[in-house]
Structure formats: C-alpha cells, structure tokens
Design a protein around this ligand. Structure first.
Ligand code: GLP
Length: 245
C-alpha cells in the first residue's frame, strides 16, 4: 500500500480520479474491457467528478459494480447510494457496458447478495474506488469487520458511529432515520480487486486514517487490511493525513 498526501480535497479527488481513469484505460487496452467498483459518500464527490471528466475513456467497455447500499431505503431517498451513483456518475458518462447496482429493497436481502455474488464472480474487478469511514470502515464493514467472510456481498449491521456519520453528512433528518442494516461488499471481495484507489479527505477522518494506515492490521480498524494489498494507493489531504507519522 502507498500513501499520497495532497493539499486539499479538490486536489485529492483530481489526483485519485486521474490515476483511476488511467488504470481503467490500461485495463481496456490490455483485455478489451474493465470492471470497476465505485463507492459513495462525501469523500468520493471529487474523485467521481474527475472520472466523469475523462471524456476519452471508452465507457462502453466498462462494467460498474456498486460497493454498498442501505437495506430498505427507496431509490428516491436522498441517502440512497444507487441514486447517488446514478445522478453523479451514470447519467454523466456515455452508456456503460453494464451497471450493477445493489437493490436494497429486495426481500430477503440475502437473495440480492446471491444475485450480486453470481455477477461479480464472473467479472473480476480491475479497479476499485473506495473510501474509509470515520470508524475505519471499508464499504459498510464496521468494526469488528469479518476478514474471513468469503461471500462477495453480505448483510451487515451498522454501528452507531457509522450511522452518526451518515447523519452528520446531512443525508438523514435524524439518527432514527438511518437504517440499521446494509448490503456491503465483503472485505475479501474488495481485496480481490487488482487495483484499489482509496480516497479519504477531511480532518474528521484523521484518527481513522492514522489507525488504519499507520497502525497494526486489525479488524477493529477494518480499512487497515488495505496495508496488505499489493496495489493500493490511499489519497489523503492535509486534514485527514494530519496524524500520520
Ligand atoms: N458506505 C459508504 C462507502 O461507500 C464509502 O466508501 C465510505 C466512506 O464514505 P464517506 O464519504 O461518507 O465517509 O463509507 C460510506 O459510509
């Protein structure tokens, strides 16, 4: 794992998006297509904006997977991650080869996990864009995260710090409105990606960044597993990187 420190969140997003776009181009050149994962949340705003700017990229050869989604939240809800990805990414690039969104409204959610598992097992991931939560989570794998789970997508419970972060970012009117469960890509599945671009801006992530990127690998700091990935770069800014040695 490498760490790159940028001045602010704009520079961070630009750099992460440019490196990511180049990795997508390379995969297309090499094998004719690229499979990618996109994350959501405030931390991904600029990275996704930069990807959308990559007009020379042949998006018709790109299949997009979705990292995590709340269970039971309608697609019309402000906090819906499929709404986020559709409005911030899919609607701004030419037609993709395929868009594999997580439908958090399927009952039971385990059925949706199985559908997604079949899809992703047939389509190994070239480039994964991820973030790190204030509690150190990777996707919606809150601490203590399951590092051994082999299923690609799982149903997870969201802890209070995670739910409070979602409230703090303004996606929900009150803590009670934040769902208690989500469908998340598992840690093992994320780690199978050939390349990982981790964008983590903002001083509110400083402690999580310190714990995950410079502490010991531990499931109490789920994103610390990224230290073991052979091709992962974490992009931090002066705020999120403030406590790094
Ligand atoms: N579930 C999302 C992930 O898709 C994202 O990668 C990460 C960072 O998100 P944020 O930008 O909200 O901090 O955790 C969020 O809660």
């Amino acid at each position: 794992m490498k760490i790159e420190k940028l001045e602010n969140h704009q520079d961070l997003g630009k750099r992460a998006g440019q490196i990511g776009a180049e990795a997508i181009r390379q995969a297309i050149r090499k094998q004719g297509y690229a499979n990618i994962i996109l994350a959501t949340g405030q931390s991904q705003f600029e990275t996704i904006q930069e990807l959308v700017r990559a007009e020379d990229l042949d998006w018709s050869k790109v299949r997009m997977f979705h990292l995590d989604e709340y269970i039971g939240l309608p697609v019309t809800h402000l906090a819906s991650f499929r709404k986020y990805l559709t409005e911030r990414f899919v609607n701004h690039v030419p037609a993709l080869a395929e868009v594999v969104l997580i439908d958090g409204e399927v009952v039971p959610a385990e059925e949706e996990c199985q559908r997604l598992a079949r899809k992703i097992m047939d389509n190994p991931i070239d480039v994964a864009f991820v973030g790190i939560g204030e509690n150190g989570h990777l996707a919606f794998n809150d601490p203590p995260a399951d590092f051994e789970e082999t299923a690609p997508y799982i149903v997870v419970n969201l802890d209070k710090q995670c739910r409070q972060q979602q409230l703090g970012e303004g996606w929900f009117p009150s803590l009670e409105d934040v769902p208690l469960q989500a469908i998340s890509m598992s840690i093992r599945q994320i780690m199978k990606s050939k390349k990982i671009i981790c964008a983590v801006p903002d001083s509110r992530k400083a402690q999580a960044v310190k714990d995950c990127l410079s502490g010991e690998v531990s499931n109490m700091h789920p994103a610390s597993i990224l230290q073991q990935h052979p091709d992962c770069t974490c992009f931090v800014d002066s705020g999120s990187g403030a406590l790094l040695p």
